[in-house]
Design a protein around this ligand. Structure first.
Ligand SMILES: Nc1ncnc2c1ncn2[C@@H]1O[C@H](COP(=O)(O)OP(=O)(O)OP(=O)(O)O)[C@@H](O)[C@H]1O
Ligand SMILES: [Mg+2]
Length: 509
């Protein structure tokens, strides 16, 4: 580390941290998730916590919010040692967090979700609904959202649910606000709104810990950084005088080359043909062919109807009209079971609800949808399951102590890799990947891209939804752009340009 420069020393001399963690270790069976880490959070400053999938970021958050009690180390609040014995303790001492997978309740209203556990009580200690809904509305308005607090959570979109989670975190008066990948499910506009709120929190002197795999966001919002690798703190400082390459090197332990190793593939005949697909509300008149070995990028703004289109191809929703054919045969898909049977699978983007059995081991989760292939004569051949899981784990660069550990003990990004592996193990003809590298760190992103490219070379046809333009440009043979539920353009790789795709996606000329 460089010697602190004069302004650095001035900054640290004039300001003492609100919260400091010293020598914190957290041990799980077989894993030292944190190994003697130090971190300090300053009033009015955002500290970005950066590290690969499994580096220990969410574990630190869980310690700070009283969910785990560390095996070693101390936490100082205003210079005084404190202990968080419970989640309530942490809240009482002014720490609040938006977790990577915030638990919200589908059947409860938006207002109930925001105030669950700390609902304002009226006379006779009855829950005061009117106050709850009014206060929820005020919080949501601060987030520039018009979500009605009385509707049930299950009627919201992913992005809206995320806003509810953020409102919930802001509903307690806190001095320290932790955000664990808060932008993963947000559109650019919602990210701007969130960042305005963060600026506001900064002005109020709150200390913010911000976790993200997206460097542009980190540089936009944070002043300080701390980098974790394999549970250790390997560097910290100010972002203004640290270029991104340095941070990536600290994080991964090596230089990372550009992440798009697209192989040249001989593209074959049409596999899937979609004609005039229409949905009652979400999309209209979508027609395209997908060929053997092809990667079709599906680009557009969040809300353009890309996921909805793909969910209807997978039988989750029904199109109002349109036809589908696979290898020249008309097919009807009424359910995900039909789609899987036909060889079409969809890997959703939404974490936390993607149907992993969290208590079951990795290898069983991976082989769940392909049981027919791994079972012989009516019993499950565990050896086959293991072999299958090992193959995909290696190819996806999955970081886990063993394939027999419960999926729930993996870091968020590694759970995401299990989901991708589980669907690939069914050996589909067509795979739809919805934001396949969201939440995956920059080092393993290249592994996932390399793998997608290999799959195409092996003859799989791939539809890849992505909101990241470089990913679309780097990985796709063709790109279909959607805007407001309609096809806004189909581009061949030779005619790709960032401007052309963005223009099609936004309608701005
Ligand atoms: N409850 C647990 N039991 C066992 N191991 C765990 C548990 N929670 C986390 N781990 C392990 O601790 C390590 C750190 O995980 P953590 O979730 O903190 O990573 P992360 O940095 O947040 O990663 P990501 O970017 O993927 O979210 C991983 O090896 C993970 O498998
Ligand atoms: Mg995490």
């Amino acid at each position: 580390m460089a010697e602190p420069t004069a302004p650095d020393m001035l900054a640290s001399a004039s300001q003492s941290p609100i919260l400091e963690m010293r020598g914190i270790s957290q041990i799980f069976p077989g894993v030292k998730a944190l190994d003697g880490v130090n971190i300090a959070l300053y009033p009015g400053k955002v500290t970005a916590l950066i590290g690969e999938n499994g580096a220990g970021k969410s574990t630190l958050v869980k310690i700070l919010t009283g969910i785990y009690r560390p095996n070693e180390g101390e936490i100082l609040l205003d210079g005084q040692p404190v202990q968080f014995q419970s989640a309530q303790d942490a809240i009482d001492m002014g720490v609040t967090a938006i977790h990577q997978e915030t638990v919200l309740f589908d059947e409860l209203s938006v207002g109930e979700n925001i105030f669950l556990g700390h609902a304002p009580k009226g006379r006779f200690r009855l829950i005061d609904w009117k106050t709850i809904n009014n206060r929820a509305r005020v919080l949501l308005e601060k987030l520039e959202s018009t979500i009605d607090p009385s509707i049930r959570l299950k009627d919201l979109s992913i992005a809206q649910r995320h806003l509810v989670a953020i409102a919930r975190a802001l509903s307690v008066e806190a001095r320290i606000v932790i955000m664990d990948e808060p932008t993963a499910a947000l559109s650019r506009k919602e990210i701007d709104d969130l960042f305005r709120i963060v600026e506001n929190l900064k002005r109020q002197g709150k200390a913010i810990l911000f976790i993200s795999h997206k460097f542009d966001e980190v540089y936009e919002i944070a002043e300080n950084y701390a980098v974790f690798r394999d549970g250790k703190m390997v560097g910290a400082g100010q972002l203004a005088d640290t270029p991104q390459e340095n941070i990536v090197r600290l994080m991964v332990g090596r230089d990372v080359k550009d992440a798009f190793p697209k192989q040249a593939v001989n593209i074959g005949a049409t596999v899937l043909s979609v004609k005039n697909y229409c949905h009652a509300t979400e999309f209209r008149d979508i027609s395209f062919d997908l060929r053997k070995g092809e990667i079709l990028g599906l680009y557009g703004l969040i809300g353009a109807g890309r996921s909805e289109l793909c969910q209807s191809l997978f039988g989750i929703t029904r199109p109002a009209s349109g036809t589908l054919s696979l290898n020249g045969q008309d097919i009807q898909i009424h359910s995900p079971g039909d789609a899987i049977g036909a060889g079409i699978v969809y890997v959703p983007e939404e974490r936390g609800r993607h149907g992993l059995a969290l208590d079951m081991p990795i290898y069983q989760n991976m082989s769940l949808p392909s049981l027919a292939r791994t079972s012989r004569k009516g019993f499950l051949a565990a050896a086959n399951e293991f072999a299958l899981a090992r193959k995909y784990a290696t190819r996806l660069d999955l970081r886990a102590a063993a394939l027999s550990v419960p999926v729930g003990t993996l870091s968020g990004g590694n759970q995401q890799k299990v989901v991708i592996g589980k669907w690939l193990a069914t050996q589909p003809k067509v795979i739809i990947l919805d934001e396949p590298t969201k939440g995956i760190d920059i080092g393993s992103k290249a592994a996932v891209h390399g793998f997608i490219s290999e799959l195409a070379a092996e003859g799989l046809s791939i539809i890849m939804i992505s909101s990241e333009l470089p990913e679309i440009l780097g990985m796709s043979d063709r790109a279909l752009v959607m805007r407001e539920g309609l096809m806004a353009g189909m581009f061949e790789r030779a005619e790709f340009s960032p401007e052309a795709l963005v223009r099609a996606a936004t309608g701005n000329i």
